[in-house]
Design a protein around this ligand. Structure first.
Ligand code: CA
Length: 255
């Protein structure tokens, strides 16, 4: 009997480990994601975890590969690691937006400072998740992004508060006749304020509902974005639309 290389006993129900669970994921082609990440372990983790949650995943390990896939593919959202081998992720976002890629971008990064986060959001990132993150948080942010960018259904395609008008289909905002140049984040923030016009919304409500963030007690990203939004919607000789309720939050006046 040749006993030099015995077969291992087959008593492990999942011999290949957690990456190869036997349950086939339920693909939903509306939920195709592009993951731009160069680290092999992170790629496997994202591909597996997102697959298990019903997403179909394309992986791009470089900015160059990502650009091709993003332009050709119909992705519901893009998950982007900022540290790529061939190009900075922020530069890639700018180029994708210029080339007409409309999928919302969730930035993953170890860069923690507020400046970097705000810069990422200004350049067209739609949300920002700091590494290390927990999978449930990633999934929650993703759902939030997809919900925000989902086609508007039903009859309500516009919102109006005072002379602010939002076209929810075209994602256009006007004050009176003037078309406002808002970023994706600013539009989402204004939409949330309009939906809650006349009601005070706290910073944590805004963080949760607009950014999908549960707890970020040390961040002033809301104040920064409100400041920028005011700069675009307020008129010099008119009473302010967005009022600060000190220590509480903000309210968009409805009359
Ligand atoms: Ca990386």
């Amino acid at each position: 009997m040749n006993s030099s290389s015995p077969e291992p006993p087959d008593n492990n129900p999942n011999p290949a480990g957690w990456l190869h669970e036997p349950t086939p994921p339920q693909y939903n082609t509306d939920m195709r994601l592009l993951v731009i990440e160069d680290d092999a372990a992170n790629q496997r983790f994202l591909e597996y975890s997102l697959g298990q949650n019903g997403y179909e995943v394309d992986i791009a390990p470089t900015a160059q590969a990502a650009e091709k896939l993003a332009i050709n593919g119909q992705h519901a959202a893009i998950i982007l690691d900022l540290g790529l081998p061939d190009e900075d992720g922020l530069a890639l976002i700018t180029r994708l937006k210029q080339k007409g890629v409309r999928a919302p971008v969730l930035i993953l990064s170890a860069r923690r400072t507020l400046d970097e986060r705000v810069r990422g959001l200004e350049l067209g990132g739609d949300d920002y998740l700091t590494k290390p993150y927990a999978l449930p948080e990633l999934l929650a942010r993703l759902r939030n992004l997809l919900r925000r960018n989902a086609p508007v259904t039903g009859t309500q395609t516009t919102l109006q508060v005072q002379d602010i008008q939002l076209d929810l289909l075209r994602r256009e905002a006007r004050r009176g006749e003037e078309l406002l140049q808002l970023t994706t984040q600013e539009f989402a923030l204004l939409e949330y304020l309009c939906r809650n016009a006349g009601r005070i919304v706290s910073r944590s409500m805004i963080l949760d509902q607009v950014w999908g963030m549960r707890i970020e007690p040390d961040t002033n990203v809301v104040d920064v974005q409100i400041y920028r939004l005011r700069g675009k919607i307020e008129k010099r000789n008119a009473p302010p639309l967005i009022r600060t309720i000190r220590g509480v939050g903000y309210v968009l006046r409805d009359k």
